[in-house]
Design a binder for this molecule. Sequence first.
Ligand code: DON
Length: 579
Amino acid sequence: MHLNRRTLIAASLSITFALAPLTSGFAASPAPAKGEHGMVVTAQHLASEVGVEVLKKGGNAVDAAVAVGYALAVVYPNAGNIGGGGFMTIRFKDGKSTFLDFRERAPLAATKTMYLDKDGNPVKGASLDGYLAVGVPGSVAGLEMAREKYGKLSRQDLMAPAIGYARDGFILNQGDAVSFAGSADRLAKDPAAAAIFLKPDGKPYGTGERLIQPDLAASLAAISEKGPDAFYKGAIADAVVKASGAKGGILAKSDFEQYAVRELKPVTCTYRGYEITSSPPPSSGGVIICEILNVLEGYPLSYLGAGSAETVHVMVEAMRYAYVDRNSALGDPDFVDNPVSKLLDKAYAKDIRDKIDPFRAGVSKDLMPKGFGESKETTHYSIIDDDGNAVAVTYTLNGSFGAGVVADGTGMLLNNEMDDFTQKPGVPNLYGLVQGEANAIQPKKTPLSSMSPTVVAKDGKPFMVIGSPGGSRIITITLEAILNVIDHGMNIQEAIDAPRIHHQWLPDKVYVEPFGLSPDTEKLLAGMGYHLDLADQTWGQAAGILVGGKSLAEIEKGGGARYNGAIDSRAASGEALGY
Ligand code: DON
């Protein structure tokens, strides 16, 4: 039996609400999607359909992830991409796991101070807009390596749906249209991007209108036919290098020719008997999720209750300590000696717990490491197949529509991932992250990420597939979905929809989603010394799957659906699709 504060109180008072479902989150959520053979959860409904079709045709979860990756590049161009990069965490049916790092690398001509003016101050927008912001893209190499090593179907089969949607177009629903409208001004600044994403009258495409992308169709067809060489050694790289040279960038053909995917060992840890498999450096995600979980394992979160002041207090303190480590100690493993085993040590977590005052908020500036001087958009999708292979992918252009530039003829938006580096120690980036030397810019280096594609297992079997966009908040979004399922008994949809809190060391504030905490709880936290930032916007778009039931209670009872999928209610165009 899963015990939480509500069931304990109900048991002690012998009252009837114990018969009501266990903790239900703050707002009612729709029921999770169900499937017996497979589940695909993405931020765009057409891409979810593409993934399910691949599974039905006999592809495995990796095949579906590759097809979805290409499809999102067409139907979700604000984050889906071939001009960006990302991570894939795979947990195979036999319990083995692996991790593909196809994130962007800094160009060979990059320098530590490339975004600073002559006085050493960051030039506004230089790491965000235009060609200087672009890292060498990795998505095409990553998706192809995944397919070649772990997939079953041909590249042509997996890319055909994306090529079809680019060539013939797709009809925008309201959720799709909203993302275009929000970035119209930015896209208007680049003639090639404007020609694709804006109508001849300069307005963005609206609900019910068809977006056709013939140049992107041609780029995808070339990759489908000739493989990644068409991208890294052929006309696509040439076009990007030419545009970059003409418009203030530093990308060279050799940057593309030298691009290589890294296959890495995922980060693993345990939390209350569950096995977490997630992203290693150059992501901070897996390490920091595990560090926070290790700290929280020492507190009875289930008893303290979801959203109570005591729970929020210990969560925020664990986040505060872990983000100091994130922002000061972690970087690309080819350049930095990451203290991963220290940060994952349960004894280190106990040291942190010992420093947490049970009654008072900590103070971030007191934790400044010696010698220390991240918007929108990314997308995450989660897939599981009939054999139990689980794939979690988070990939991105970094900001919404990336650097907002398209090299003529490619149809492909380019990322602005260079902003994830430390431009100057102590100066916040797009996500307000204040970072240090470990993440300084160097040629060929990969900027530190927060992306956290994660698979949770229990007793050797897949239990949960989860991840989200959200910049520096990805870590806490993913963490909270896990806690909501394991500690608070929420079903997978409730766990994802529940209001979020976030703390990242600096600024020293607790960010709270609208209606995330009751006024009483806010007062209690303020009394403990917390500075609450009651945000007027929600954040993140998590995509999750729970295996064996929609919640822990249903899994324990037995008889739940095999696969239970949930796309965040914050994702306007997404879908969880099972079969
Ligand atoms: O890799 C990272 O951590 C960031 N580039 C992710 C950006 C992101 O999630 C934006 N989406 N909301």
